[in-house]
Design a protein around this ligand. Structure first.
Ligand code: SAH
Ligand code: SF4
Ligand code: F3S
Length: 473
C-alpha cells in the first residue's frame, strides 16, 4: 500500500473549480447586493480544526466571506468527528436541526465532511435520513472539495465522495485560512498505524504519511512572517514522523530544522505516543530553545493488562521511565495526558493503578474520557460488563485526584516570575488579558507594557484551579 501524493496538475484543476465558483458567486453577489457567505463548524481534535482551516481557505478562494451563523450562510460545512459516540450524536443533531433552514431556503448548500462520514455505514444513513445534506465528503476527499461543491452548484442533486484508499493522500499547495491571532496549527503528518483496539481514527484517517520536510519548513517560515508566535505541529503520532519518507529524517531531526528558522516563536507538538517517544526526542527538546518544554503523552491506563488489551505497546513501568528521563532533562516540563476510564473488562484494581499513576506523576493537564464503543474496532466485541454507574464513579474519583494535584501545582507558582505570550482578553477586570506560559498554562494578567501577540515576564500573584494570575514585571 502506497500513499498518493496528489499531483500539482490535479491541484491546479481544483483551483480552476474554485475560480468557476468565484465567478458564479460574483454574479450572484451583484444580484443580492452582498458577497455570498459560508459558515463552518468543527467537531473533534486539532487535526480537524486544521482541516477546517483548509476548507475555509478554499471557500475564501471561491469568493465566500465568513458567516457568523448557519442562518446567514449560503454554504454550511460541518466537519465531523467519530472518536466517541457523543461527538457523532452532536454532529448529527446539528444536521438534523438544519432541516428547517433547508425548507425555508432550499438554495442553501449543506456539506458534511470529516471522520464521521468516512465510516462505512454513515453515507447510507445520511442518504436515507438526512435529505437536507447536499454534499458529503470523507477525510480522503478533502482536497477535492471545490470539485464536489461545483458539481452540486451546477446541477448534481446530491454529491457523495467517501471513497478513498486507506493508504491516504498528501495534497500540497491548497489555500489555508487561519484565524489570525498568535496561534497556528501546522500539520506535519496525517493518519495513524497504531490500531489501538478502542480507536476509530486509523479507519477514518488512513495510514501514516509524512509531509516533505521542505514543505513544513517553508510553511513555518510563512507563519512566522505572518506574525504567528505559538505554533503547534500536528500528527496523531508525531514520533513516527519520517518513517515513510525516502529522506532519512525522524521527528527529532525535524524539530532541529524547525528550531533553526529565524524569529521569535514557540513550537509545540502533539500527539506523542509512549511506545515511540525516545530519549533522543527529550534531549532534542531540551536543546532547542524555541521548542516549548511541554509534552502531551497519553498513557490511557495505568494497568499493564488493560494496556495490552488496548494494543498500546508499552507498560506502565516504561511510561514512568520516560517521564523520569524527560523531567530530568527538562525540570520545568509541563506534562499532560489522555486517559480512558471504563475500557471493557477494567476492574477496580486496574482502575486504581490508573489513579495511582495520576497521583504519582502529577500532570498539569488531563483529558479524561469514558470509554465509548466504536463499531468496527476490536474492543467493540470485548465483553464489557461494568455498569455505567461504576464507570462514572471511577471517572469522578479520578478527576478528584487530578484536581488535588493541580491545585498543589498551581499554588507552587505563587510569587514566581514566568515568561508568557499574551494572546487575548479575559472577562475579568482586575486581570484583563490572557496569556500562556511556555508550557501552555493559562495566565490572566495585568500591568504596564503588556501587548497581545508579544512575550512578557509576569509575576504570579494568586492562583486558582484553572488559572494563574500575574502582573508584568
Ligand atoms: N493519537 C492520539 C489520540 C487521538 S484520539 C494518541 O494516541 O494519543 C484522542 C483521545 O481520545 C485518545 O488519546 C483517547 O484517550 C481518546 N479516545 C480514543 N478513542 C476512544 C474511545 N473509543 N472511547 C473513549 N475515548 C477514546
Ligand atoms: Fe487512536 Fe491509538 Fe492512533 Fe492515537 S495512536 S489515533 S489512540 S489508534
Ligand atoms: Fe475525531 Fe477524527 Fe480527530 S475522529 S478526534 S476528528 S482524527
Amino acid at each position: 500500500m502506497q500513499k498518493t501524493v496528489v499531483s500539482q496538475e490535479q491541484i491546479a484543476h481544483q483551483y480552476e473549480y474554485m475560480q468557476f465558483i468565484a465567478r458564479m458567486n460574483a454574479q450572484k453577489a451583484e444580484v443580492c447586493g452582498h458577497k455570498l457567505r459560508a459558515f463552518t463548524q468543527t467537531f473533534g481534535c486539532q487535526q480537524n480544526e486544521a482541516d477546517t482551516q483548509r476548507i475555509a481557505g478554499m471557500l475564501d478562494e471561491m469568493g465566500y466571506e465568513k458567516a457568523e451563523s448557519a442562518q446567514q450562510a449560503d454554504v454550511i460545512v460541518i466537519n465531523t468527528c467519530a472518536v466517541r459516540e457523543h461527538a457523532e450524536s452532536r454532529a448529527l443533531g446539528n444536521v438534523g436541526a438544519l432541516s428547517h433552514l433547508k425548507k425555508a431556503r432550499p438554495d442553501v448548500t449543506i456539506c458534511l465532511c470529516g471522520c464521521m462520514v468516512q465510516q462505512e455505514h454513515i453515507p447510507e444513513k445520511i442518504k436515507k435520513s438526512y435529505p437536507q445534506v447536499d454534499v458529503v465528503f470523507g477525510t480522503h476527499a478533502l482536497w477535492r472539495f471545490p470539485e464536489l461543491l461545483y458539481r452540486r452548484l451546477t446541477g448534481d442533486k446530491r454529491v457523495f465522495d467517501t471513497s478513498g484508499d486507506a493508504a491516504g493522500y498528501i495534497a500540497e499547495g491548497l489555500p489555508v485560512l487561519r484565524d489570525g491571532g498568535t496561534k497556528a496549527w501546522l500539520s506535519i503528518m496525517y493518519g495513524c498505524n497504531n490500531f489501538c483496539t478502542y480507536c476509530i481514527v486509523p479507519y477514518v484517517r488512513g495510514r501514516e504519511r509524512s509531509r516533505d520536510p521542505q514543505q513544513i519548513v517553508h510553511e513555518l517560515e510563512q507563519l512566522v512572517a505572518e506574525g504567528y508566535k505559538d505554533i503547534t505541529l500536528l500528527g496523531q503520532n508525531v514520533n513516527s514522523y519520517g518513517k515513510d519518507l525516502d529522506t532519512p529524517i525522524d521527528f527529532s531531526d525535524l524539530l532541529v530544522r524547525l528550531n533553526a528558522v529565524p524569529g521569535d516563536f514557540l513550537l509545540r507538538f502533539m500527539t506523542s505516543h509512549p511506545k515511540d517517544a525516545s530519549h533522543k526526542l527529550f534531549d532534542t527538546m531540551a536543546a532547542c530553545d524555541k521548542v516549548a518544554k511541554q509534552l502531551h503523552l497519553p498513557f490511557q491506563s495505568g494497568s499493564d493488562a488493560i494496556l495490552k488489551r488496548m494494543n498500546r505497546g508499552y507498560t506502565a513501568a516504561h511510561y514512568r521511565e520516560l517521564i523520569a528521563y524527560a523531567r530530568d532533562k527538562m525540570p520545568d516540563l509541563t506534562l499532560s495526558s489522555d486517559i480512558i476510564v471504563g475500557f471493557p473488562g477494567e476492574t477496580e484494581q486496574d482502575f486504581e493503578q490508573t489513579r495511582a499513576l495520576v497521583d504519582e506523576i502529577g500532570f498539569d493537564m488531563l483529558y479524561t474520557f469514558l470509554y465509548s464503543k466504536r463499531s468496527g474496532t476490536p474492543a467493540a466485541s470485548m465483553p464489557d460488563d461494568t455498569p455505567h454507574e461504576v464507570k462514572q464513579e471511577r471517572f469522578e474519583r479520578l478527576l478528584r485526584t487530578q484536581d488535588e494535584r493541580v491545585q498543589a501545582r498551581q499554588d507552587a507558582y505563587a510569587g514566581k516570575c514566568l515568561r508568557v505570550l499574551v494572546d487575548g482578553t479575559s472577562k475579568g477586570t482586575e486581570y484583563p488579558l490572557t496569556a500562556r506560559t511556555e508550557g501552555g498554562l493559562l495566565v490572566c494578567c495585568a500591568g504596564d507594557g503588556l501587548k497581545i501577540g508579544e512575550f512578557a515576564q509576569v509575576r504570579i500573584e494568586k492562583t486558582s484551579l484553572r488559572c494563574l494570575f500575574g502582573r508584568s514585571v
